[in-house]
Design a protein. Structure first.
Lengths: 384, 244
């Protein structure tokens, strides 16, 4: 059947599609693979590790503070530093029940801790964790007695951190760390080996029985191929505490918030995990001790965000949520964030109704004891 | 071998002075899987459609800086498909070609096997006009031959979609995803009418898949009881929403 006939059959006005175009699409071009069975992983090994007092979901299981301020983004779509500062402060106070902001912060961190801010810079300057929120967190950490030298801003990819403005020039005295690094504009050292191999911890790996072979262009962005994804030394050795600062984005009918930011930002060899194993990876990687036991706080940055096209930054889908979500329970924060982002998708006509499939990773994470996915069990405190 | 194939499939990029005052500041190529290096998870959608290479350019014209991304897809349909699922709320559409969408700060279009985006942080109408000129220059640089003719014959932005798998379908019309959950090899033309009612034609790789698809109990899908499916050939069928 050609397209003219097809649209005539359908009663669609006009001959929209060029005749024979589908016939011209070689079947070999149908790249999509059939959905596969869930691959075997080493999640059970992770779950055997004894929990600690800082293990997820942390001090406030099932509690989320949502702070909204319509003045948090200016008329040029730029987050406003002073408003972001107040929103973070309000979130911390309401979460902890403290009246003193410094005391609120000190419930989670101490001056001896090496503290990592896990930002998300992959959407470039217009769709990354904002400098307004990042700067507010740093200022409040300093005000509560944390020395700048103990603060690290980190993610997987140095190039993306730099492109999004997370540089030592902008954040003097604070270390900017990445797993995939370059020297002299090369991913390879003088010994011919990938520099990123020095930044991964071979003692901590996520195994999943799925693999992809990478060409020479791609390997530097994956670090290794095969069935193992290694954790970055940044979270296994170089940090004591992690403050997770994702940005509110969709991924189809799901969201990329706390769990996704941590999981895909902390391990190598991720391409193989995106297509059929995304939900599992988001939940399972967070169940490994280097993340489970170190993430003490989540501050989801929704000043700006997107409701479609994520995780990339497609300008037609960018929006201002004017909101931050604060909680120690990453699953509960994600569950509240899910409703905000999917609600926007429905309002904008990108989706007709919510789907349980969007929260698969949250239900899995709840089963692993990482937090609360059941919305009825979440205590949501809203503030403006 | 792969590099040779890419060279044979190459296209023409903008060059210095191609329109008055144009300067190319930088350019970088992301072939094949390396798109993961550029956009990580978002690359899955492009790879599902059949992606060959992406070149990003940073250019300046009239003191304004633009980011241009050229995605070379395997087929014209794939280029249209990736365009179709990114097209939304165009302020101006289909004035230069049959599939182009402009909003302040952003223009996207497809042209043969190319899907192109142009971004500039400046929202002024003058910038929009410069984007038009850049887009026109890119199209003139890459004239379409008869064999590379465009897969649509009327303005299609926001009305017609082409998908080649479940990621594309979730972007074009997520409410149909449950129908295709257990199918991987298919391509689908979708039309959305003015009342946001979809109809489409799907082609499967095998007759078995097509038969299995048509024999599904569509009334069993939550909230989707008003679907009619009719098989047209061994591997093709038509899907219609009666209304919603």
């Amino acid at each position: 059947m050609d397209r003219r006939k097809f649209f005539k059959v359908l009663g669609v006005s006009g001959a929209g599609i060029a005749a024979g175009s589908l016939a011209a699409s070689p079947l070999s071009a149908m790249q999509s693979l059939a959905p596969q069975e869930t691959p075997e992983t080493n999640i059970n090994e992770a779950l055997k590790w004894p929990r600690t007092e800082t293990s997820m979901p942390g001090k406030f299981r099932g509690k989320v503070v949502k702070v909204t301020d319509m003045k948090s983004v200016d008329s040029n779509d730029q987050p406003v530093d002073s408003v972001a500062y107040d929103m973070v402060a309000k979130g911390l106070l309401l979460l902890t029940g403290e009246k003193n902001l410094n005391k609120a912060w000190r419930q989670f961190v101490s001056p001896e801790d090496r503290i990592g801010l896990k930002v998300n810079p992959i959407g470039g300057p217009v769709l990354s964790t904002s400098h307004a929120v990042t700067g507010a967190i740093i200022r409040q950490l300093e005000e509560s007695g944390i020395p700048r030298r103990n603060i690290v801003i980190w993610d997987r990819r140095q190039e993306e951190l730099t492109a999004s403005g997370f540089t030592e020039e902008k954040y003097p005295g604070i270390r900017i760390a990445a797993t995939e690094t370059k020297e002299n504009d090369s991913f390879y050292g003088k010994d011919g080996k990938l520099l990123s191999l020095n930044n991964i911890d071979n003692n901590w790996a996520y195994y999943a029985d799925v693999e992809e072979e990478y060409d020479a262009y791609t390997l530097p962005y994956m670090t290794n191929q095969g069935k193992y994804s290694y954790f970055t030394k940044i979270c296994t050795r170089e940090l004591d505490k992690i403050i997770n600062v994702p940005i509110m984005k969709n991924a189809g009918a799901a969201v990329t918030l706390c769990l996704k930011n941590l999981a895909f930002g902390s391990i190598t060899n991720t391409s193989r995990l995106h297509k059929y194993h995304w939900h599992h990876t988001c939940a399972q990687v967070c169940a490994f001790p280097p993340l489970r036991d170190k993430v003490v706080l989540n501050i989801a940055d929704g000043l700006r965000g997107c409701y479609d096209g994520g995780p990339g930054a497609n300008p037609q889908f960018l929006c201002s949520y004017n909101t931050i979500l604060v909680g120690t329970d990453p699953v509960a924060v994600d569950r509240i964030g899910h409703d905000i982002i999917i609600g926007r998708r429905i309002a904008e006509g990108r989706q007709r109704e919510d789907s349980e499939k969007g929260i698969v990773k949250l239900k899995m994470a709840q089963e692993y004891g990482l937090g609360t996915a059941d919305k009825a069990s979440i205590e949501l405190i809203e503030a403006q | 071998m792969k590099l040779l194939a890419l060279l044979l499939l190459s296209f023409n990029l903008l060059t210095d002075g191609q329109i008055p005052g144009l300067t190319v500041n930088s350019q970088k190529e992301w072939p094949g899987q390396s798109l993961y290096g550029f956009m990580n998870g978002g690359s899955e959608l492009f790879l599902e459609y059949g992606f060959l290479t992406m070149t990003e350019q940073n250019v300046t014209v009239s003191d304004k800086t633009f980011g241009i991304e050229y995605y070379l897809m395997e087929t014209e349909e794939a280029a249209f498909g990736i365009y179709s699922v990114h097209c939304f709320k165009c302020q101006r559409a289909d004035s230069l070609t049959l599939s182009e969408c402009y909003i302040p700060t952003y223009m996207q279009f497809c042209h043969g096997k190319l899907y192109v985006t142009i971004t500039c942080s400046d929202r002024s109408p003058a910038t929009g006009e410069l984007m038009n000129r850049l887009a026109t220059a890119i199209m003139n640089n890459n004239p379409l031959t008869e064999e590379k003719k465009f897969p649509v014959e009327r303005p299609a932005s926001g009305k017609d979609y082409f998908v080649m798998g479940n990621l594309g379908l979730s972007a074009a019309n997520i409410s149909w995803c449950p129908f295709f959950e257990h199918f991987g090899h298919y391509s689908l033309w979708l039309n959305c009418d003015g009342d946001n009612v979809f109809s489409g034609e799907v082609r499967f790789l095998t007759a078995e898949d097509c038969k299995r698809f048509c024999e599904q109990d569509f009334s069993a899908f939550q909230n989707e009881s008003r679907i009619r499916v009719s098989q047209c050939s061994e591997t093709e069928c038509v899907i219609r929403e009666i209304n919603r």
